[in-house]
Design a protein around this ligand. Structure first.
Ligand SMILES: [Zn+2]
Length: 176
């Protein structure tokens, strides 16, 4: 059985189940059926507004947002699921934290729920640098379904990879 890189750390019986869905060619359909809603967050300006709106709703007191952008070079798994850069700058002698949020561009074409999940993940990092208990509590506070969405996102990324291996050269953007 080939290891599933997006699902490393999950129990073997779950991974076996996913292998089964892949072998049956059903993983894409299962996901497309469960996640039918697209989103309209197409560019960096819209992404900024989207992130700001979620932040205002849940994390009003956290440090102000810095840059927010889609990044085509970002590897989703490089830093768990996104990157979060803490940049501290000196402003008139006072240390001011500003945060840049980069979202891998694969999320531009992903279902709406996965964009929300990854933004929630990055917003939680405004308050917690580590993936610890407090971090995941923040995530589930903003998105009660967070853990299920993170798991399903890993399935989605697995499916994109399966698809691109099946038809090399064609960009895989849709699990359908
Ligand atoms: Zn993280």
């Amino acid at each position: 059985m080939q290891p599933l890189k997006y699902l490393a750390g999950y129990p073997p019986h779950l991974q076996a189940r996913v292998h089964e869905l892949i072998a049956q060619g059903r993983l894409g359909a299962v996901l497309a059926d469960k996640y039918r809603d697209d989103h309209a967050v197409r560019n960096d300006g819209q992404l900024y507004a989207y992130v700001q709106e979620l932040k205002d709703r849940h994390l009003r007191k956290a440090v102000p947002l810095g840059k927010v952008l889609y990044d085509g070079k970002l590897q989703v798994m490089k830093h768990a699921l996104g990157t979060h850069t803490a940049i501290s700058r000196m402003h008139g002698g006072k240390l001011k934290a500003s945060r840049e949020i980069r979202i891998a561009s694969v999320f531009r074409d992903a279902p709406a729920a996965f964009l929300r999940m990854i933004v929630v993940h990055e917003l939680a990092h405004l308050k917690e640098a580590e993936h610890n208990k407090a971090f995941y509590q923040l995530c589930t506070h903003m998105e009660p379904d967070y853990h299920q969405l993170e798991f399903d996102l890993r399935l989605y990324l697995t499916q994109l990879e399966v698809q691109s291996l099946a038809s090399p050269g064609r960009a895989a953007t849709n699990p359908g």
